[in-house]
Design a protein. Structure first.
Length: 190
């Protein structure tokens, strides 16, 4: 059994949706600390993780497939919940100090954590590649490129939303992260 190009692209689109939403959240939450380099680090980082994880999954193969399938959505949900709670706590702390709301700084560490969280499903997809493909590299490259394009579009949308939402942008970012966490949690429970 083999996957068609269209099937691989559709898998890439599906895998990129969390990164899309997270990029919008980042653009609204960290709008004042996003330089052009930091903005473009998002599509690059998410694409790299979405490329690497299926390759890693392919080589892990079926050894851990049942374990990863059962816990991947819970790990992702937990990471999203922690990131959302951090944003909420930072907002509350800043508001309680009666200062002008100072936005959190977007960091490489946050981006790496987000990249891992959004690509755990790609790792599981890579495990299925062990059965459906002889070589994971072309399929993983297509998934990575699809993610790059989708996240680049999310940059534009997120920057527009950040401008529209103003000082409430950080709260919107937290809400998006909570929604992603709940979606992953529900998907794991069903």
């Amino acid at each position: 059994m083999s996957m068609s190009l269209l099937e691989i692209i559709l898998v890439g689109v599906a895998l990129a949706m969390d990164a899309f939403a997270l990029t919008i959240a980042n653009c609204t939450t960290y709008k004042n600390s996003l330089t052009r380099a930091r903005e473009w680090s998002m599509p690059i980082a998410f694409a790299v993780f979405q490329f690497l994880m299926p390759v890693i999954g392919f080589y892990i193969g079926s050894i851990f497939s049942k374990y990863l399938e059962k816990v991947s959505v819970f790990i992702t949900a937990g990471i999203f919940f922690l990131l959302a709670i951090k944003i909420v706590l930072d907002n509350i702390k800043e508001m309680s100090q009666n200062e002008e709301v100072k936005q959190s700084e977007f960091s490489f560490g946050i981006l790496i954590l987000q990249g891992i969280a959004t690509s755990i499903d790609a790792l599981a997809i890579g495990i299925t590649f062990a059965v459906t493909l002889n070589n994971p590299f072309i399929a993983s490259l297509i998934i990575g490129l699809t993610t790059f394009i989708i996240v680049a579009v999310a940059l534009y949308i997120g920057k527009s939303l950040g401008t529209l939402l103003g000082k409430y942008a950080q709260w919107a970012g937290a809400i998006i992260l909570f929604c992603l966490a709940i979606k992953n949690l529900i998907s794991g429970l069903i």
